[in-house]
Design a protein around this ligand. Structure first.
Ligand SMILES: C[S@@+](CC[C@H](N)C(=O)[O-])C[C@H]1O[C@@H](n2cnc3c(N)ncnc32)[C@H](O)[C@@H]1O
Length: 367
């Protein structure tokens, strides 16, 4: 069930039906009036009672799913689910999170259609966990951004992981889709992560400092990490620009569809029909797949030029998602002029076409 709409609906209906006996203070009752008990709900009392009821409901809901998961996820069922694989997030151990994310059903089972996402987020967590451990070990409190957070799987998963480690963290999820952000705020509350996770509807080309301050009520200090899982097309590059601008210590991006370079190559067919690149430029399928690979290669070079040790790996088997490349980068120095030169050399080899990220982060022809 998505974003627990039933929970919110249930609370809304029950609060609407509720009447409370309230003992009013003396100064609100007229002399001679018999009762100090009134069937009245003032707006303020209503609010207090609503918050109390909501917290109570949340606790009850967490207890119920935890108990159901405890009896459902026997060793045998867990073994059937995972086989010989070791995943960091077991349904029997994180039922509240997984239910709030909409991955577990109300009976605590994990339906086959949610398996793909379950595996994907597990592999992503496993891939970034060493870097998260390093951040947890080196900072008193870790500040992170999930760029293009969408349904906030990673935002909440990472928040949950830090909570398990007992390390203070603040995570800002940004996505331009305000409807999804609204739904996910309820997920965050249901998972009990609303004290450490904030979600904001905004474009990634945003003033991150201002958004952070509005979300957390405190200015953003050094940004420790930024991740972006399948942010569409050049949104991955917007995420990288944000991270580099804020000197993020760690960056993890799993790129999505990439249209920018393929479109530029398609235009180059007309401009330069004699190019040795024509067999590639003229084949839509090869053009698309080669452009995706070359875009990620450019990204590695740009990140290295900006002072990051960067690598690209497969974070989940292709059967789970074809978008399975993970670019990880750790800040090591102030920049690498050789990597910048290699970026421009590669552009020249590939028909003089680079990507916008290169233009944005490297000064033309140099580092
Ligand atoms: C494929 S979804 C992935 C969401 C999430 N990271 C996940 O893995 O489940 C891509 C998300 O990026 C968001 N997005 C794309 N371009 C964006 C931009 N320029 N600014 C903010 N969000 C953007 C979309 O609204 C969408 O929710």
């Amino acid at each position: 069930m998505d974003a627990l709409p039933w929970l919110c609906g249930w609370i809304g209906i029950n609060l609407a039906k509720c009447r409370f006996d309230i003992k009013l203070p003396n100064f609100l009752t007229r002399p001679g009036e018999p009762g100090v008990k009134h069937r009245v709900i003032s707006p303020i009392n209503h609010l207090i009672l609503s918050v109390k009821s909501l917290n109570h409901m949340r606790q009850k809901w967490s207890q119920t799913i935890t108990e159901r998961a405890r009896s459902y996820w026997t060793q045998e069922r867990t073994r059937q689910l995972l086989g010989d694989k070791k995943l960091p997030l077991l349904p029997g151990e994180a039922p509240v999170l997984l239910r709030a994310l909409g991955l577990l059903k109300a009976d605590a089972s994990l339906p086959p259609e949610r398996m793909r996402k379950y595996r994907q987020i597990n592999h992503m967590l496993a891939a970034v966990r060493p870097a998260l451990r390093e951040l947890a070990a080196t900072h008193r409190r870790v500040d992170l951004v999930d760029a293009g957070c969408g349904r906030s799987y990673m935002t909440m998963l990472v928040g949950w992981w830090f909570r398990q480690q007992g390390v203070p963290v603040r995570i800002l999820g940004i996505d331009r889709d305000d409807k999804i952000i609204g739904q996910c705020r309820r997920r965050v509350e249901a998972a009990g992560l609303d004290d450490i996770v904030r979600l904001v509807a905004a474009d990634l080309q945003v003033d991150l400092g201002a958004v952070w301050e509005r979300a957390f009520g405190q200015p953003l200090g050094p940004l420790h990490g930024l991740f972006a899982l399948h942010a569409c097309d050049t949104a991955t590059d917007d995420a990288i620009v944000l991270a580099v601008a804020h000197r993020a210590a760690f960056i993890a991006v799993a790129p999505c569809c990439q249209a920018e370079l393929a479109a530029a190559w398609a235009r180059r067919q007309q401009e330069d029909p004699g190019s040795p690149m024509m067999p590639l430029w003229g084949s839509p399928h090869l053009r698309r797949t080669a452009a995706a690979t070359m875009t990620d290669t450019y990204r590695l070079l740009v990140l290295r030029a900006c002072g990051y040790e960067a690598s690209a790996t497969e974070f989940v088997e292709a059967v789970h998602t074809p978008k399975n490349t993970l670019i990880r980068a750790t800040r090591r120095n102030e920049g690498d002029a050789t990597a910048a030169r290699r970026y421009w050399d590669l552009c020249a080899v590939l028909g003089g076409v680079g990507i916008g990220l290169g233009e944005r982060l490297l000064s033309s022809g140099s580092g």
